[in-house]
Ligand binder design. Sequence first.
Ligand code: SF4
Ligand code: FES
Length: 247
Amino acid sequence: MNLTLKIWRQKDAAAKGKLQTYPISEVDPDMSFLEMLDVLNEGLVNNGEEPVVFDHDCREGICGTCSLQINGEPHGPDRLITTCQLHMRKFKDGDTIIIEPFRARAFPVIKDLVVDRSAFERIQQAGGYVSVNTSGLTQDANAIPIPKEDADAAFFSASCISCGACVAACKNASAMLFTAARVSQFALLPQGKVEATSRVLAMVEQMDKEGFGNCTNTGACEIECPKGISLENIARMNREYMKASVI
Ligand code: SF4
Ligand code: FES
């Protein structure tokens, strides 16, 4: 396949970026999207040019770092996969592909396609944990019976990989789906209920402080989420927040 790539190049956080055009040939349809970028970078390095900087780690849909906006969609045209799981067979010979970083005020661009998503970590640190005394006298978690439906729902919420696609997909750059998944994974389990009130208030406060927009229920986040995190999580977080606000 021969393709034309239009890639966002930005020297550093302060620089003004722009789309730069790169023709690429002999792309194997079975290559992953990141392998295709590796091939591009090899060519750039061989020509003495600066390679395109992009984030990646596991390359198997687990770590959530490979955040690319491909033809206007976070993680590209496929559903329920991350950028590293996207294959070039999803595109046609002769296509032009526009590759940009995730766009949101709370995710500033560091360089080229890499954004700073530490805002997510600060939301998590505000309350996304349970306080457990690990003195050795801790009760075995398996000794607390949990209804299967609750365990399954908590597990599903916990499958969020903090990629940020929900923010990039949202016209308000809202982080509600991410925050709601983190609140839900604890709210559904007895161990998480102890700190439920302080957790939801602190995480929502931090989310607002980071400059994410509000949720207007458009649902774009759920559609683009590579892990299929559902809007039900947002409804659950809103209920948790209401409860915590009146206690
Ligand atoms: S909710 Fe989905 S899209 Fe948002 S950070 Fe988690 S995995 Fe990524
Ligand atoms: S590189 Fe880890 S999810 Fe894509």
